[in-house]
Write a protein that binds this ligand. Structure first.
Ligand SMILES: [Zn+2]
Length: 78
């Protein structure tokens, strides 16, 4: 019952456009076996951008990662 509610709630929140503008999003968590809210963690700074990891807020499993190009800072740090 509780799991069912959570899943419905997650789907409802994901459909809200305002929620999608936030960095936090729902990703499938392999451990929780459902889409979970994730938090973004800077993992590596690469020449092509910053690599972020998305961690499940419930169990801290890695749900995904992404490289964001750092266009807003054209300055090159040596
Ligand atoms: Zn999880």
């Amino acid at each position: 019952m509780a799991k069912c509610f959570l899943r419905k709630e997650a789907a409802r929140v994901a459909k809200q456009p305002s929620f999608q503008q936030l960095e936090a999003s729902l990703l499938y968590c392999p451990r929780c076996r459902q889409a979970m809210p994730v938090r973004k963690k800077l993992l590596l700074i690469l020449p092509e951008g910053n690599k972020f990891e998305y961690l499940c807020t419930a169990c801290s499993s890695t749900c995904g990662d992404k490289i964001e190009s750092d266009d807003q800072k054209p300055r090159i740090l040596m």
